[in-house]
Ligand binder design. Structure first.
Ligand code: HPA
Length: 254
């Protein structure tokens, strides 16, 4: 089964939607099950809740990913709003996230609390390279412009960064957001293939202009519909399997 996290925007298409509430040991999760005209079925999970009420530091990441896993999801495309600290990427651009740096401070990041022994998850390919490459291929065929690959630095939020912070971060990463960690880590712990497409919504603090809500919303709206269509296209037409990646075999036991 397939899921899209963070994305909406297909609701105007001819689809049947079922609202689900899935209970997990970490809390319950609202999501949508969508069946398209072509028979394709996808779960949609709105990361911040349907009413966008959960700030990034309070998203129940463990419940979200566990709910998808309980539903049998193996493949996830996530979209993420990010600020740019790399002059190559301007607001409105789409990038493929290929690695992360974690500057969060107070999040639970694992399902492995020690009850089943000490386990570590391999992070040498955090974003599934197979799903990522399929995305690049389909995007090119569909003439959707992907500006490049980007390292995503995750901050705790909900505040934006200071100029001094961005001055430091820009040496290590291309974009900043508040949600990719721990989502990507938890998906890997549960053996799922997970890829993230970043939508550049603004210049980071100290770059060019002030951050405004309008910047963020208009870039998201411009892009989320076309990205959702690409994801569905991949889910419908590619024969996805886990033979070309190690996502299902990333736990290292001590
Ligand atoms: N910083 C952190 N998170 C973000 C930003 C930003 O500039 N833009 C969108 N999410």
């Amino acid at each position: 089964m397939y899921a899209i996290i963070g994305g909406t925007g297909v609701y105007q298409l001819n689809v049947s939607i079922q609202n689900l509430n899935i209970e997990t040991e970490y809390g319950d999760v609202d999501l949508d099950f969508i069946e398209f005209d072509n028979g394709e079925k996808v779960y949609f999970l709105s990361r911040h809740g349907k009413d966008h009420s959960k700030p990034p530091h309070n998203v129940n990441y463990r419940a979200n990913i566990m709910a998808l896993s309980l539903l049998g999801v193996k493949y996830i495309y996530a979209t993420a709003a990010v600020g740019s600290m790399n002059k190559k990427f301007i607001p409105g651009d789409i990038v493929l996230v290929n690695d992360f740096i974690d500057f969060t401070k107070s999040r639970v990041m694992t399902y492995y609390e020690g009850e089943t022994g000490v386990k570590h998850v391999d992070m040498s390919d955090p974003y599934c390279s197979n799903l990522s490459n399929l995305f690049l291929k389909r995007a090119e065929e569909s003439k959707v412009d992907i500006k490049g690959t980007a390292i995503y630095l995750t901050t705790e939020g909900p505040r934006f960064e200071t100029k001094a912070e961005i001055n430091m971060y820009k040496n290590f990463a291309d974009v900043v957001g508040m949600t990719s960690v721990p989502e990507v880590v938890l998906a890997k712990e549960l053996g799922m293939c997970y890829a993230t497409i970043g939508i550049i919504t603004n210049w980071c603090t100290g770059f060019k202009s002030e951050i405004t809500l309008h910047d963020i919303e208009s870039s998201m709206n411009m892009n989320k519909e076309k990205l959702t269509e690409l994801f569905i296209d991949i889910f419908s037409n590619e024969n996805l399997n886990q033979n070309n990646c190690k996502c299902n075999d990333s736990i290292i036991k001590l």
